[in-house]
Design a protein around this ligand. Structure first.
Ligand SMILES: NC(=O)c1ccc[n+]([C@@H]2O[C@H](COP(=O)([O-])OP(=O)(O)OC[C@H]3O[C@@H](n4cnc5c(N)ncnc54)[C@H](O)[C@@H]3O)[C@@H](O)[C@H]2O)c1
Length: 389
């Protein structure tokens, strides 16, 4: 590609080049050095945008050109608060018809993700979506198929596979340091969000909000799950939230997910909105482990949470005490996903995060609910490229 190709030429080039290499290589997407800035638009300017906007602003390769929220004051407020100097819009139609951009970042209520991501792809935009990618596996699969057809990219949170602690655990497993693997466990909970009702409404729940991290970590480490058994429940039938007052809890606020992987490995995730945790949403000082992996000659324990970890304990000696490794997160933060995939589009380098993995996690969450409602074990169809590290 010429170093002086125009932005329009670049976008046309990426559209045609994607046909051969979509979902495998981003090499042909690389921008020439004098045009290395991806224009992004953020839709949903609530709580999590306070983490995304500053992180995106740390990247020289990314420029936030638009902010959108159906509560338009929020877009305007974030624009001022973070000195973004973006255009602001009150809905996706106005956003897509306004300032041109290359990638949409979806940070809205979970229930709106699928619909918004579809509109963005249809309008020719790449997408990074907060979890979940869509409300159901079939809706998510249709998005990935649409992206392929349109020669675009879509990715979904979480970004847990990016942490050096994930890489350490994956390499330890792949190098046989745990011997023959058999079992693993993950847990993540707190006492539930207090600001928005959507977390408790149909399509919300503790699985897509919290369990999703551990499911991504455990499948990322152990490989795709082949079958699921699950139990979910509502422990607190009512919640008080800032935007709607007292609401009925419809989506599960308590979930246990049992996953069967290859070679007889079984893992388990428990998540919920009723877990006392004195650390709340801050994990920096958390010293307990949230992920455990057991083999016949070694065990791993991830300290803190998989989205903000403080190291990994490897215990694989009969004579030496267990050792803490990889305390340093080397710049990894959980809110980095959009920045990293955006930069990968600019550089033409495939990111570690891949959409098939997000789709697999979505299928697991749906299967857990199906297992709860039918009492059955549910076989899965989706896979993703593995091992990831
Ligand atoms: N808050 C966190 O710390 C956090 C952390 C990680 C991930 N997430 C995820 O981020 C997403 C958003 O969570 P949040 O806590 O920021 O919620 P929030 O309620 O604070 O913000 C959501 C915003 O989206 C807007 N919105 C809803 N529908 C819209 C639409 N159709 N078009 C434009 N704007 C729309 C709302 O008006 C609101 O301002 C969820 O998927 C959540 O799971 C949140």
């Amino acid at each position: 590609m010429s170093r002086h190709i125009s932005r329009n030429q670049f976008l046309r080039y990426t559209a045609s080049a994607g046909a051969a290499s979509l979902l495998s290589s981003l090499e042909s997407f690389a921008l020439p050095s004098d045009e290395k800035q991806l224009r992004v638009a953020i839709i949903g300017c609530g709580s999590v945008s306070n983490r995304y906007i500053p992180h995106l602003q740390t990247s020289k390769l990314i420029r936030i050109v638009s902010l959108c929220d159906i509560k338009p004051d929020r877009a305007v407020e974030q624009n001022t608060k973070y000195k973004v100097k973006a255009k602001t819009y009150p809905n996706i139609e106005a956003l897509l018809g306004g300032e041109p951009f290359d990638m949409m970042i979806t940070l809205t209520d979970m229930q709106a993700h699928g619909m918004l991501n579809k509109k963005a792809l249809e309008a020719g935009k790449n997408v990074w979506s907060e979890k979940p990618l869509a409300n159901s596996y079939s809706e998510g699969k249709a998005l990935v198929d649409l992206a392929k057809e349109k020669k675009l990219r879509i990715w979904g949170a979480p970004a847990v596979v990016n942490s050096p602690q994930f890489a350490f655990m994956s390499k330890s497993i792949q190098d046989g340091k745990l011997g023959i693997l058999s079992s693993a466990h993950g847990q993540y909970g707190h006492t539930g969000p207090t600001w928005s009702a959507f977390f408790y409404e149909e399509g919300g729940g503790s699985m897509p909000d919290l369990g999703v991290y551990n499911i991504a970590t455990l499948t990322g480490l152990l490989g795709p799950a082949r079958a699921i058994m699950g139990m979910t429940s509502v422990v607190k039938p009512e919640r008080k939230v800032d935007d709607k007052g007292t609401v009925k809890v419809v989506a599960e606020d308590n979930a246990h997910i049992l996953m069967q992987h290859d070679k007889g490995v079984i893992s388990h995730v428990m998540c919920g909105f009723n877990f006392f945790d004195p650390h709340g949403h801050e994990a920096g000082t958390q010293s307990l482990h949230s992920i455990q992996i057991f083999g016949d000659s070694g065990n791993l324990r991830l300290i803190g949470y998989d989205w903000e970890t403080n190291g990994v304990v490897l215990d694989n000696s009969d004579t030496e005490p267990a050792k803490l490794y990889q305390k340093d997160s080397e710049g990894y933060v959980w809110q980095e996903g959009a920045t990293k995939v955006g930069e990968s589009l600019v550089k033409g380098i495939e990111p570690r995060i891949n959409v098939e993995h997000a789709l697999h996690v979505l299928e697991i969450m749906e299967a857990t609910r199906k297992s709860q409602s039918t009492g059955q074990r549910i076989d899965l169809v989706s896979k993703f490229p593995w091992p990831m590290v």
